[in-house]
Design a protein around this ligand. Structure first.
Ligand SMILES: *[C@@H]1O[C@H](CO)[C@@H](O)[C@H](O)[C@H]1NC(C)=O
Ligand SMILES: *[C@@H]1O[C@H](CO)[C@@H](O)[C@H](O)[C@H]1NC(C)=O
Ligand SMILES: *[C@@H]1O[C@H](CO)[C@@H](O)[C@H](O)[C@H]1NC(C)=O
Ligand SMILES: *[C@@H]1O[C@H](CO)[C@@H](O)[C@H](O)[C@H]1NC(C)=O
Ligand SMILES: *[C@@H]1O[C@H](CO)[C@@H](O)[C@H](O)[C@H]1NC(C)=O
Ligand SMILES: *[C@@H]1O[C@H](CO)[C@@H](O)[C@H](O)[C@H]1NC(C)=O
Ligand SMILES: *[C@@H]1O[C@H](CO)[C@@H](O)[C@H](O)[C@H]1NC(C)=O
Ligand SMILES: *[C@@H]1O[C@H](CO)[C@@H](O)[C@H](O)[C@H]1NC(C)=O
Ligand SMILES: *[C@@H]1O[C@H](CO)[C@@H](O)[C@H](O)[C@H]1NC(C)=O
Ligand SMILES: *[C@@H]1O[C@H](CO)[C@@H](O)[C@H](O)[C@H]1NC(C)=O
Ligand SMILES: *[C@@H]1O[C@H](CO)[C@@H](O)[C@H](O)[C@H]1NC(C)=O
Ligand SMILES: *[C@@H]1O[C@H](CO)[C@@H](O)[C@H](O)[C@H]1NC(C)=O
Length: 681
């Protein structure tokens, strides 16, 4: 008996040690939230319904859900549109069953939005033009092969929901069957639904009570569709009109994270500022991020230390803000992974890149932004507040990274420069009468990006500033979301993802929930989009003509419907609403700070790191006094800071024992890792 007990405890210790040694965390618990996971259960997917069919097509329903028989396109011009039910991407296969003519041919047209279903054109990915027919179709020329046919690799469509097949040859019938799509994204995943994190909450205000859970999973799936094989990038120079090609090499290794499923299919470090936290809380799939960041550092300008704005083959240069995003992204990757080997590999180039951007700080103490390219905003450049807020985040994270890497004096220098920048920033940009920061020293425009970043990155000096900014940002809202003054007549779910976090940080939970409902409540449900992944942008009135006057040439068909940069709610729901986040590499230290002032009374979420499981489950009990019960699980040996949520006061009990009497909102209580049942009433 004793021997058996010893054996069991030895096994327990052994498995505990194994967990510490593992790089990949174990899977999230299963539960009702699994029903909301959009990831396909198989790498081969089939159409789930017929969206449109011409009378000259018979048997179209046979094309659904696998090998169920054929459909016949009886004459030239006959066409049928299949709906895959959600965003997918990959190579199409089908069988050509019988043909009585060697002049039969067909074409394939793809689109994400149903607005661009057409037998003669796909939605656009190669280049934007106002006629919205740049890409054209993939012709399958005569003579058609009898038997199984697979689309050539270069013609991959990385993101679509609708596939239109048209007969383009002579008037003899063509019979097709067994149409499938071999998913190309997440090439390294056996099971794409195997998430290491989860989220679950009911919304008591929004018309669909599962909105928050659906949105969390839509963000996670969006980033999965942006995780691609390294040799499937968009070709540059762009293909001539009527063509597309997705066989360019994207970086130093794959899989790699890109901006969008359909386009650009290139590494963009700014986008990663939102997409990588999403990846962390959902799949912990950090290898594509490591590969993307390594690609940026490998392409540093060795003379100046400038990093490219985007990865190859686009290799766009000349963006100070995206230069900074690679540096911030390096911190995020290290925080999540604790990958010391990678940090030492890039350290020399990382510090060179910090020196490059620090070299643009002039005698005013501010960064003079001269690399003007950015997320599409107007009016950057010079002593610009957005660029300076981002630089502040670079310096605070550089200080933390230098400290983790034991470069103590460098860490102190970065930190001193951050403090100096914060002072210069507030005296140059704060407008006390308006209660917001201005865009630069010669304007009164109050940008969405800089004001959101200032709150989120802690460039503000006091809570009053945060409250004023949160209030001021709301003034830019219209029915479908926030309209950035720095890019008029658009809605940017990228910048709104930062604004969302800023409202939580400012302590305004109900305003944050309002923005969630308004902007992502539209994005997730509108039938202009794919109702599964998240669109890159909209116009202020909710149309797809995002950036119509700013680079996208009036081409609504060019807009991407699966853009990781729009997934801000996924990490915000975990980090702020559920309220659990990590503050030291791998979660050695963490923070528990639930935001209980939104339209949920129960929220649960969790994620894994190499140290183990981080889970939280809270309920708000509304009675004479608001009571809060929180169960939190974190790995043994870690430590955390619990912030008493806004709107909650009382005695804090842990496992039934009172540890703080009369605690006040905002007060911080130190906790140790383990399983804790916290009650405040
Ligand atoms: C990509 O595909 C096009 C079209 O087939 C081809 O001309 C080109 O050589 C391919 N490029 C690469 C890098 O494979
Ligand atoms: C081809 O011709 C054969 C014999 O006339 C006929 O049975 C078959 O249905 C035809 N196939 C198609 C696709 O029309
Ligand atoms: C049907 O398509 C699949 C690919 O999705 C292929 O593996 C299979 O062989 C095809 N069936 C036939 C009968 O050709
Ligand atoms: C660092 O930059 C140099 C160019 O100066 C480049 O050759 C090297 O590959 C980069 N190192 C890493 C790890 O990216
Ligand atoms: C920023 O630098 C550019 C190029 O050196 C210069 O033309 C511009 O005047 C500077 N802007 C400010 C605000 O100093
Ligand atoms: C920094 O120093 C500490 C204490 O000596 C050590 O445990 C740690 O591994 C070092 N970190 C790195 C990245 O070398
Ligand atoms: C700090 O700022 C000063 C003045 O701009 C600069 O000379 C120095 O290189 C900066 N230090 C670091 C570590 O970037
Ligand atoms: C914000 O910055 C101030 C210094 O300006 C610092 O004392 C404070 O701890 C920072 N807050 C956070 C949440 O990092
Ligand atoms: C907060 O900081 C701003 C900028 O320095 C200043 O104008 C304001 O008076 C401060 N407010 C409070 C309440 O300290
Ligand atoms: C916390 O865990 C206890 C014990 O499993 C359970 O009874 C309670 O309902 C949980 N509370 C929350 C808020 O999940
Ligand atoms: C919590 O206590 C503070 C200080 O006594 C008070 O100002 C605040 O209104 C209380 N909040 C709630 C929600 O009871
Ligand atoms: C709290 O209670 C849980 C069981 O509900 C137990 O697993 C855990 O070890 C306890 N934690 C502390 C710090 O006592």
């Amino acid at each position: 008996m004793l021997a058996l007990l010893l054996l069991i405890s030895t096994l327990l210790v052994f498995s505990h040690n194994l967990a510490w040694a593992q790089d990949s965390p174990s899977l999230a618990p299963s539960g009702p939230w699994d029903a909301f996971n959009y990831a396909p259960t198989s790498r081969t997917v089939y159409a789930t319904s017929i969206r449109h069919v011409e009378p000259s097509v018979s048997g179209s329903e046979n094309l659904l859900n696998g090998d169920n028989g054929g459909a016949t396109l009886s004459e030239n011009g006959a066409w049928v549109t299949l709906d895959f039910g959600k965003e997918v991407g990959g190579l199409i296969s089908m069988n050509f069953d019988s043909m009585n003519s060697s002049s039969s041919s067909i074409s394939l047209a793809f689109t994400e939005s149903p607005m661009f279903i057409s037998p003669i054109s796909s939605d656009d990915s190669s280049f934007p033009i106002a006629t919205m027919d740049y890409d054209g179709v993939l012709p399958v020329p005569a003579p058609l092969p009898v038997g199984l046919w697979t689309q050539p690799a270069f013609s991959l469509r990385g993101g679509f929901r609708f596939l239109t097949i048209a007969s383009t040859g002579d008037n003899t019938p063509v019979t097709i069957s067994n149409i499938s799509c071999a998913i190309s994204f997440m090439p390294h995943a056996d099971d794409m639904t195997a998430y290491t994190g989860y989220f679950y909450a009911k919304d008591s205000v929004f018309e669909d009570e599962d909105f928050l859970t659906k949105l969390w999973y839509a963000g996670a799936y969006t980033v999965q569709t942006n995780t691609v094989p390294v040799n499937t990038g968009r070709q540059v120079p762009f293909e001539p009109q009527g063509h597309w090609a997705n066989n360019a090499t994207l970086g130093v290794a794959g899989p790699i994270i890109v901006d969008g499923a359909k386009r650009d299919r290139a590494v963009w470090p700014g986008d990663m500022g939102i997409a990588v936290p999403t990846q962390f809380v959902s799949t912990f799939d950090l290898l594509p991020t490591r590969n993307a960041l390594s690609t940026m550092f490998a392409n540093i300008n060795p003379q100046t230390g400038a990093l490219p704005e985007s990865g190859p083959p686009l290799s766009q240069l000349g963006s100070d803000t995206y230069h900074c995003w690679t540096l911030i992204g390096s911190f995020n990757y290290y925080l999540y992974s604790g990958d010391n080997e990678w940090l030492s590999t890039i350290w020399q180039n990382y510090t060179l890149a910090v020196a490059f951007i620090e070299g643009k700080v002039d005698s005013s103490g501010l960064l003079n932004v001269t690399g003007l390219r950015d997320w599409a905003r107007q009016g950057g450049g010079g002593h610009n507040s957005e660029g300076n807020a981002i630089l502040y985040k670079v310096l605070t994270t550089a200080s933390a990274l230098a400290s983790y890497a034991n470069h103590t004096s460098l860490s102190l220098s970065y930190s001193a420069n951050a403090s100096a920048l914060k002072t210069a920033f507030n005296s140059a940009f704060w407008m006390p009468d308006v209660g917001m920061y201005r865009d630069n020293t010669s304007t009164t425009l109050t940008p969405q990006d800089a004001n959101s970043f200032a709150v989120l990155f802690n460039v503000t000096l006091n809570d009053t500033q945060m409250e004023k900014i949160s209030e001021g940002l709301e003034k830019n809202w219209v029915e479908f979301g926030a309209v950035p003054p720095e890019l008029p007549d658009t809605i940017s779910p990228f910048i709104s993802g930062f604004e969302l976090q800023a409202h939580f940080v400012a302590g305004n939970d109900s305003r944050a929930f309002d923005l969630l409902h308004r902007e992502w409540g539209y994005i997730l449900y509108t039938n202009l989009s794919v109702q599964s992944t998240l669109v890159e942008g909209l116009t202020a009135n909710g149309s797809l003509y995002y950036r119509y006057y700013q680079g996208y040439n009036d081409d609504a068909a060019y807009t991407s419907h699966s853009h990781g940069w729009s997934s801000g709610p996924t990490s915000a729901l975990t980090f702020y609403v559920a309220g659990l986040t990590i503050t030291a590499p791998q979660g050695r230290e963490w923070s528990l700070a639930p935001h209980v002032g939104g339209s949920t009374t129960n929220t649960q979420a969790g994620f894994g790191t190499a140290l183990g499981w981080f889970g939280v489950d809270w309920e708000r009990v509304i009675g004479e006094q608001t009571a809060l019960n929180i169960n939190v699980t974190t790995p043994e040996g870690t430590s955390g800071a619990f912030t008493i949520p806004k709107g909650v006061n009382g005695t804090v009990k842990v496992n039934g024992t009172a540890i703080v009497e009369d605690a006040q909102e905002g007060q911080i209580v130190e906790l140790k890792g383990g399983i804790l049942q916290i009650a405040i009433s």
